[in-house]
Design a protein around this ligand. Structure first.
Ligand SMILES: *[C@@H]1O[C@H](CO)[C@@H](O)[C@H](O)[C@H]1NC(C)=O
Ligand SMILES: *[C@@H]1O[C@H](CO)[C@@H](O)[C@H](O)[C@H]1NC(C)=O
Ligand SMILES: *[C@@H]1O[C@H](CO)[C@@H](O)[C@H](O)[C@H]1NC(C)=O
Length: 375
């Protein structure tokens, strides 16, 4: 009885306040309550490489969450996110990835209008990754959602690509960076997880190359990409704990050698370095098929394409097969990229060129026996 009376009394007070609403206008403008998801929340699925400050390195590293009743989303990034911003790719509920400029502090993510109609009850998958083509850093502090949103487990795909490469695979020169690279497009076609460990300008051989302090045969095993060297707030590199790659890769793809050739690494040296690298890769990935791309070469305005290390990839592969490793395949990319597919001043594939590589590799995989799920 007392309780009921006090409720009525409270109601009367609230009514009185609302009647004098002009005086108490601030109450109706109070920010809505939100749900904060901290970066250590177990239902954040991290992919790619993240350091102990919850900061990303390497193309397309990011996270995925699944949210029921999603109505608002703010990404709160930490101070190690590049200033003034880095390009992040965002996909909401299986939408195409779209870019946002992610800055330290609060970033409101626009939700597609279609989401309002879609059944929010099923849960909406949100995917966010560091896509900018020169640096792949963002530091996740927390995510704020509408207060009645509910985080549910994101189930990773059973297909997981691990791609190892250089500027041809890192999203170099793409307006939306890694999200327009062929590795990413192939992953999307399979609704797969993709981990892209590719570094523009880097050789496979552990030498200084185009500003990279190390080659991929060293840096692949590290958390940070070679950008650490120029980073004042994190000027060091640490071993990557491969046990964090969950689920482990199911398919490994390697496309490398352009910068070794450019730096004058001899044929013999290259064969040795690549073969040694494969031994280490095979230890990490004992059962996975490994796909070795041959170079697609440097197209020229005269219609020629200039290839490098011709025949060596086959030689490296044959030597591995001779050791009893039958689960390794050559992807002959000869003719995939022509003058029309590249930026004339850098000879790197354009957006359409990257898509062409993706389609060629998808066709290769289909012949090999791997067919994407229906779109
Ligand atoms: C969320 O992140 C922002 C931006 O870094 C920070 O200012 C805020 O204190 C964080 N909130 C919580 C609850 O951790
Ligand atoms: C990001 O910032 C750049 C440079 O200020 C601007 O041109 C671009 O439109 C911005 N992109 C988005 C998605 O806001
Ligand atoms: C990072 O450290 C290296 C030495 O390991 C040094 O040569 C380089 O100048 C440093 N870079 C920055 C940005 O501090």
């Amino acid at each position: 009885m007392m309780l009921a009376i006090s409720r009525i009394a409270t109601g009367a007070i609230l009514l009185a306040i609302s009647l004098t609403s002009s005086v108490f206008a601030v109450a109706s403008h109070a920010p809505p309550a939100t749900l904060t998801v901290k970066n250590n929340h177990p239902l954040i699925y991290y992919h790619g490489r993240w350091d102990s400050d919850v900061g990303t390195w390497w193309p397309g590293s990011g996270f995925k969450i699944k949210v029921k009743n999603l109505k608002s989303l703010t990404l709160n990034l930490g101070p190690k996110t590049p200033y003034p911003f880095n390009t992040l790719g965002v996909s909401i509920g299986d939408s195409e990835f779209f870019p946002i400029n992610g800055s330290a502090g609060a970033n409101t993510i626009p939700l597609p209008a279609s989401l309002a109609k879609a059944s929010r009850d099923q849960g909406t998958t949100v995917r966010i990754n560091a896509a900018g083509w020169q640096t792949y850093r963002m530091q996740l502090d927390n995510i704020t959602l509408n207060s009645d949103a509910l985080l549910v487990p994101y189930t990773p795909s059973k297909t997981v690509f691990q791609i190892i490469g250089d500027s041809f695979s890192s999203g170099y020169l793409m307006p939306f960076g890694a999200d327009q690279s062929w590795p990413f497009l192939v992953g999307e076609a399979f609704k797969a997880e993709h981990r892209i460990t590719a570094q523009a300008g880097a050789a496979l051989t552990d030498i200084v190359s185009y500003g990279n302090a190390h080659g991929l045969s060293y840096q692949f095993f590290k958390t940070e990409d070679t950008g650490y060297y120029y980073t004042t707030d994190h000027n060091y590199t640490t071993p990557w704990n491969f046990a964090r790659d969950q689920p482990p890769p199911t398919h490994v793809v390697i496309h490398i050698g352009a910068n070794d050739a450019a730096q004058g690494v001899s044929n013999d040296q290259f064969v040795q370095v690549y073969s040694d690298f494969l031994v280490r890769i095979r230890k990490l990935y004992p059962h996975q098929p490994i796909f070795m791309f041959t170079p697609w070469g440097w197209p020229s305005s005269d219609g020629n394409v200039y290839y490098y290390y011709q025949g060596l990839y086959q030689q490296i592969l044959d030597a591995r097969v001779a050791t009893g490793d039958k689960n390794i395949f050559l992807v002959d990319t000869t003719g995939w990229i022509t003058w029309d597919d590249v930026f004339p001043d850098s000879l790197h594939p354009t957006v359409a060129g990257q898509a062409k590589v993706a389609n060629n590799f998808l066709a290769f995989l289909k012949d090999w026996g791997m067919v994407p799920p229906p779109a």
